[in-house]
Design a protein around this ligand. Structure first.
Ligand code: Q46
Ligand code: ZN
Length: 310
């Protein structure tokens, strides 16, 4: 197959775009497209300070690489979750993230759950009501809380995550199967700043997972290949497999599913949010972050409960 731009040997064939590209043209195309999505969706401007949530995985490191290459002021945030499960998952992902940042002289914030809070994700999951055998719910809560805290404390304008189209399509599929109105309303490539919750953006929302894997490989970015051990057997992994089957039969299906959802939303498919769907926020008396919970936020409640059990 030939590169559509230069006629050289294509390294990737993107069936949904009916386009093959060579290494250099693919890298350039992906970076230019990201720039286009950032501008079109009004995610952030070159003057704004971006905090990229990095996990050591391919998508977040690729996102950081792209933003820096495009000339944005982007720092990283790594949260050391203390997940080992016999493969040293957190230690290895931290090592790779630090190596990435050091090699490029980038600024990386590290939140260390063990050092900063005296706990880790498996312990939190064990001692709290949230997900006894599956720590993902505690983990998600910790990540959201800490990302927002660092963004606020260090004056970042926007928080960027590496979610790709496969992630977004799987989330949309899950929310649609349950007609989860509040989640559907909030699922978007840009979430505006609201009552002290930082603006959140997903600049890779239009790229397939395999395109991101190709990008990291072609750019020579070293990332943690293993997924978090707790991701195994998750519903989102199952939904991704189902969507891939669909995609194989009809190229572009995943992309249509997600982008048509965004246009339907824009056209007013969903009603304006009521306060029942988007609850009012107040500030948590312990940590000062916005929350819809009564009194203390869920993060502070979870930490207190875990502490009392130790
Ligand atoms: S890191 Fe955390 Fe994920 Fe691992 S424990 Fe679950 S949520 S799977 S993205
Ligand atoms: Zn709190």
């Amino acid at each position: 197959m030939k590169c559509k731009k230069c006629g050289g040997k294509a390294v990737i064939n993107m069936r949904q775009h009916n386009m093959g590209l060579c290494k250099d043209d693919f890298i350039q195309w992906l970076q230019e497209q990201t720039q286009r999505h950032i501008e079109k969706q009004k995610m952030f401007t070159p003057e704004e300070k971006v905090l990229v949530a990095v996990s050591g995985g391919k998508d977040s490191l690729a996102l950081w690489d792209i933003l820096v290459t495009l000339g944005y002021k982007a720092d990283g945030l790594y949260i050391a979750l203390g997940i080992d499960e016999g493969i040293g998952y957190s230690a290895e992902s931290q090592r790779l993230t630090e190596e990435f940042a050091n090699a490029r002289d980038l600024n990386l914030h590290i939140v260390h759950l063990a050092a900063d809070y005296g706990t880790d994700i498996p312990t939190l999951a064990k001692y709290t009501k949230r997900g006894h055998d599956k720590p993902c719910s505690s983990c998600g809560l910790v990540k959201r809380h800490e990302m927002n805290r660092i963004a606020r404390d260090f004056g970042y304008d926007v928080l960027a995550t590496g979610h790709n189209l496969d992630d977004e399509a799987a989330t949309l599929f899950s929310n649609t199967l349950q007609w989860n109105g509040d989640y559907l309303l909030r699922q978007a490539p840009v979430l505006a700043e609201r009552n002290g919750l930082a603006r959140k953006v997903k600049p890779l929302f239009r790229f397939y997972e395999r395109e991101m894997a190709a990008y990291t490989l072609l750019r020579g970015i070293e990332y943690i290949y293993e997924e978090c051990p707790f991701a195994e057997g998750s519903t989102s992994t199952h939904y991704k497999e189902l969507l891939n089957q669909l995609e194989n039969q009809s190229p572009g299906a995943k992309q249509h599913f997600y982008t048509k959802f965004l246009s339907a939303k824009k056209k007013g498919l969903f009603a304006e949010p009521t306060s029942e769907i988007v609850p009012n926020l107040h500030l948590c008396p312990t940590c000062g972050q916005p929350t819809s919970a009564q009194m203390e936020c869920s993060f502070c409640k979870m930490m207190a409960r875990a502490e009392s059990k130790q």
